[in-house]
Design a protein around this ligand. Sequence first.
Ligand code: AMP
Length: 114
Amino acid sequence: MGDCIFCKIISGEIPVKKIYENDDMLAFHDISPQAPVHFLVIPKKHITNLMEVKKNDTPLLGKLLDKAQEAAKELGCGEKGARFVINCKSDGAQTVDHLHIHVLGGRQLAWPPG
Ligand code: AMP
């Protein structure tokens, strides 16, 4: 997907601080962290947002969530927890149109969101 910044991160065109990578996904630290721990888990397949996920993508979603949990634990969030967020389209405040899971931890977060 030509102009997608996350596809450019996957191709290596835009550098990031990588946490994990395999054939299906990439996890990396957010460039503008909103908490002491803030990283993103993205599929290498370009899926625009959660509304566009097809039934045959559900095993991939499971793998992304599994890695989000594992990396959150590795980064010290296992005991106190973290927030796992998927912003979707305009009302969901999604700014990058490539599916991604945010993981935020390392401080007490407020709820509900503004
Ligand atoms: P969202 O608003 O849910 O679409 O979140 C997109 C996230 O991508 C934001 O938290 C950005 O800070 C993050 N982001 C955008 N560009 C980069 C980049 N080059 N490297 C790391 N994170 C990025």
